[in-house]
Design a binder for this molecule. Sequence first.
Ligand code: 8Y7
Length: 266
Amino acid sequence: MGILNVTPDSFSDGGHFVAVDDARRQAERMLEDGASIIDIGGESTRPGAEDVSESQELDRVIPVIEALRDATALPISVDTSKPQVMRAAISAGATMINDVLALQEPGSLEAAVDLAVPVCLMHMQGRPRTMQESPHYEAVTSDVASFLRNRAEQCIEAGVAADSIIVDPGFGFGKTHAHNVEMLANLRQLRALGYPVLIGVSRKSTLGEITGRAVPDRLSGSIAAAVVAVMHGAQIVRVHDVRETVDALKVVSAVLDRINIHELDH
Ligand code: 8Y7
C-alpha cells in the first residue's frame, strides 16, 4: 500500500490543480513501482496533530480520488474516520476504507455497512493530539489483539462482512518505542485472529530512535521493519517508498515460498 500525500492546497492561486496533478503523478509512479493499493488521506494523524474539518478533508481528497480513478487501475483506499468522507470517497471511486479510529466515530460503522467495501480497523490508544503522553498497557500485543478481536466482532454484528475486515496494530499510535518493537516481534498473535494484517512502519519515529536517523534517512530501517512484519504474517504494508519496499518484499516472498510453514512456528 503506497501512501499518497495530499498536500493542503490553496484554491486562490491555482494551487488546487497543482496538488491534483502532483497526486496523479505520484500515483502513476506507485503503479509502475509495484504498489497494489494507494492510500489517500486528507487528515493528519501525526502525534500532536489538530483536527481537520469535514469540508477541508472533502476538498482535499475527493478531487484527487476522482483524478486517480481515471488515471490508474489501482485500488484506492481512503484514510479517514469521518462517515461523510467515507461515503463521498467511495462514490468518487475509492474502493477501501482505512480508518485509524476503527469505525468508532458516530456514523462510521453504519457508513461501512452501507458501503460494503474492505475496511482496515486500526488500534490506537488515546487520540492523536495526546496519544504519546503516557501510553500504558498490561501486555501490549495481547491488549491490541483483544481490542481488534472485539472491534471486528462488533463490526460483523453490525453487518460488516467478516471477509472485508483487515486489522492493524497501529504502530506508533499511543505506543512507546518499546511497545512498537514488542508488537513487531509478536505480530504472529495478530495474524492468529484470522483477519489479514496491515501495518504501517514507514519512516516512523521508533525507527529513528533505533537508528538515530531523521525522517528522510529512515529508508533502510523502514525496509527492515517491513520485512520483519511480512515474515511474521503481515499481508499489507503501508509505505512511502514503494519501489524499494516492493523489491525487498519480492526477495522475502521468493524465500518464504521455499520455507516449510512449520519451521516458522518456532
Ligand atoms: C498508519 C495509518 C498513518 C498506520 C494505518 C504515518 C493513516 C502516520 N499510519 N493507517 N495512517 N496504519 N492503517 O506516519 O500505521 O504514516 S499516518
